[in-house]
Design a protein around this ligand. Structure first.
Ligand SMILES: [Zn+2]
Length: 260
């Protein structure tokens, strides 16, 4: 996709070489999905809130809550740790649709219960090792979810199977070391799924063919799960249209590899 011919001199510091390199870097960055949780999700960070006082943090979410109350916003992005006080404050927000808990949650809070009165279509929870029972409660209280983003979960294959009960689920991003080929077999049951991003699952090569059966899937991103080229070739034979990124770079046969 890039023109490498200009580097015939072999000098590493030629301007053309740098231009090529810059374009390559820009392409990779530009190709990342429209997901504000990037770029650090594959290397879970320890939350650093030391520089931010609790008062400052609650002032931030109080403003965000006020905007939702006034109908000016449907979204709250919390960068500090979500605590009981925060969840108490959002209970009556009828207009809240997008909740992004980017700073994790205080231990002991049951997320399903904490968001029960809400009607979310987009939920992102970072830095929380959510397990199957918690996802069951979230499914029960928020059946209308369309975007679910849990990069640091501990879901098992059974948890992924349960997600097919979310009939509107279109974008799923899940990190978990507990996912196997059984999880891949559950993906085609998610009938509206158009974008799937798995981080650190333990899939075998044949699981790609299972994922390829998801009819509405347009994008598939896989991080931290090395698979042989032959497995990818088989998937592309089934689904030459699929937009694939491996470890956050385009696959060579990505039909959109030139996109920015
Ligand atoms: Zn791409």
């Amino acid at each position: 996709m890039h023109n490498h011919a200009s580097d015939a001199t072999g000098r590493c510091d030629s301007p053309a070489r740098w231009l090529t390199l810059s374009l390559a870097i820009f392409s990779v960055i530009g190709c990342r999905p429209d997901d504000p949780t990037r770029p650090s999700d594959t290397t879970p960070a320890i939350p650093t809130h030391a520089s931010r006082s609790t008062e400052k943090a609650s002032a931030d979410w109080m403003d965000a809550i006020e905007r939702v109350k006034l109908g000016q916003s449907q979204r709250i992005v919390l960068e500090s740790v979500a605590d009981e006080q925060f969840f108490a404050a959002i209970q009556s927000l009828k207009g809240l649709r997008e909740l992004c808990l980017d700073g994790g949650m205080e231990p002991g809070i049951d997320l399903g219960n904490a968001i029960e009165p809400l009607q979310l279509t987009h939920l992102r929870v970072r830095l929380v090792p959510l397990e199957d029972p918690q996802i069951e409660k979230i499914i029960a209280t928020q059946p209308q979810i369309r975007i679910l983003n849990l990069p640091h979960s501990r879901l098992t294959d059974q948890g992924i199977q349960s997600l097919s009960r979310l009939k509107d689920l279109a974008l799923l991003r899940i990190g978990s070391p507990n996912l196997t080929d059984e999880a891949a077999r559950a993906i085609p049951q998610m009938v509206r799924l158009s974008s799937l991003h798995l981080i650190g699952p333990r899939l075998g090569g044949d699981s790609l063919l299972e994922i390829a059966k998801a009819k509405n899937l347009q994008s598939f991103y896989l991080d931290d799960c090395p698979l042989p080229d032959a497995a990818w070739e088989k998937m592309f034979r089934e689904r030459p249209d699929l937009h694939v990124h491996i470890d956050q770079a385009h696959h060579d046969r990505d039909p959109k590899r030139d996109h920015l």
